[in-house]
Design a protein around this ligand. Structure first.
Ligand code: COA
Length: 414
């Protein structure tokens, strides 16, 4: 079935990405509800929509426990001071959560069920680190492990790199490019349109106005010196007979003899804190309220992929979305392929046969960080801003997802 939805993107905003480390990151003192609430209030102020008209607020977050538990969407609506009549729902599609929230909003509008929706995501990795919900990668279901014994994402990334025959230098070169592109984007204020400075709710003082992780002084030599991050993890014995995580992953791929651990702090996405959101509206709402849409959602897709390799979903998800849109990869002007790990971007780019110069033109998570549930909403905003800045028409945003999944959304300017 082809998709030709009239779900319009009205505006997008995000916080800067703070370093996702307790005590070190500038946003680590801010409650995640407050991060997102500040984005919602900024969107209300600058976009001028009527908050009481919002049919729902859809929020992605991965670690939905503690401060990010208790339906963070609804509590954020209240924290933002929006009318109590505005509902909120939280979802978890791991790293694809932010894109998923926006896709669900677009579907709700396309179906005629909703007219005005705010969707996005939030993650404070400094306050709720990866794994904070206690579920591990598989909820510790021993029966499931007999079918698929899933491993943490760093092991999957190294397994992909090994099987694709990537060498460390290739991964580091991609990381260096990400840093350089992010540095140019920051220098030229390309993120300015979407950025909302985060203030301390108690004092009103600005705590972070720009992305905190990029290292503009990164060099290939510096990257080459970093130790691989997942060696020790791979050697951890967790199997029923003391098998290590590396051995467990390899047992699913007998043609690969050993995992080469190539991903480091430099060529992996950084831990981050932040929030992002997008305002979407129906054609009727746009017309009746004189809103000026910036783009429409042209197509969306999700796929499942191998759960052990875990991170190979972006290519098939992109192909599926392109097919639904009646487009081919060459029709896409700009690609945002989430830089969860360098191998993911290399593998997706080559699988789709796309021009690397169209990919992540303003850098990505290796430089900027990846606040899990928030990143998708941030990437959609970044793609939208860049389409306008560069005078281009179409963008495809895709992400790899835990459990072996991929998600893609195609944006088209109107
Ligand atoms: C890879 C990972 C384990 C690294 O964690 P870490 O070692 O704590 O990483 P940091 O970002 O703090 O960097 C550690 C050090 O590496 C060095 N470093 C990092 N990036 C660098 C760069 N570009 N150039 C030179 N040195 C760099 C620095 O010395 C840094 O220490 P400093 O911040 O005190 O200067 C972690 O970022 C991670 O797990 N990433 C993936 C997250 C994830 O799985 N997300 C979901 C995707 S599916």
């Amino acid at each position: 079935m082809s998709q030709n939805s009239k779900s319009y993107v009205i505006d997008a905003a995000r916080t800067p990405r703070g370093r996702g480390k307790a005590g070190k990151g500038a946003l680590s003192g801010i409650h995640p509800q407050e991060l997102l609430a500040q984005v919602l209030r900024a969107l209300e102020k600058r976009t001028g929509f009527t908050t009481k008209d919002v049919d729902d607020v859809i929020v992605g977050a991965v670690s939905q426990v503690g401060e990010q538990g208790s339906n963070i969407a609804r509590n954020t609506v209240l924290a933002a001071g929006w009318p109590v009549e505005v509902s909120g729902v939280s979802l978890n599609r791991f790293c694809g959560s932010g894109v998923q929230a926006i896709n669900f909003a677009a579907m709700g509008i396309a179906s005629g069920t909703m007219d005005l929706v705010v969707a996005g995501g939030v993650e404070s990795m400094s306050r709720l680190p990866i794994g904070a919900d206690g579920g591990g990668v598989d909820g510790a279901n021993l029966e499931l492990r007999k079918r698929f014994f899933q491993v943490p994402q760093g092991i999957s990334a190294d397994l992909i790199a090994t099987r694709e025959g990537y060498v460390r230098k290739q991964l580091d070169e991609l990381a260096l490019r990400s840093q350089k592109k992010a540095a140019v984007a920051i220098e030229e204020k390309r993120f300015a349109r979407s950025l909302v400075a985060v203030t301390d709710p108690a004092t009103g003082n600005v705590v972070l106005a720009a992305d905190e992780s990029p290292r503009a002084d990164t060099t290939l030599e510096g990257l080459a010196k970093l130790a691989p991050s997942f060696v020790q993890m791979g050697a951890t014995p967790v199997g029923p007979n003391g098998e290590t995580l590396d051995q467990i992953a390899l047992s699913a791929f007998p043609d690969t003899l050993a995992i080469e651990h190539l991903h480091t702090a430099g060529n992996s996405s950084g831990l981050a804190d932040g929030a992002g959101a997008v305002v979407l509206a129906s054609e009727t709402y746009v017309r009746e309220h004189g809103l000026k849409p910036r783009a429409r959602i042209r197509a969306m897709a999700t796929v499942g992929s191998d759960p052990i390799l875990m991170l190979t979903g972006p290519a098939p998800a992109s192909e599926k979305a392109l097919k639904k849109a009646g487009m081919s990869a060459k029709d896409i002007d700009l690609w945002e392929i989430n830089e969860a790990f360098a191998a993911v971007v290399l593998q997706t780019t080559s699988k789709l046969g796309i021009d690397p110069d169209r990919v992540n033109v303003n850098g990505g998570a290796m430089a900027l960080g990846h606040p899990l549930g928030a990143t998708g909403a941030m990437l959609i905003g970044t793609a939208l801003d860049e389409l306008e800045r560069a005078g281009k028409a179409t963008a495809l945003i895709t992400m790899c997802i835990g459990g072996g999944q991929g998600i893609a959304t195609i944006l088209e300017r109107v």
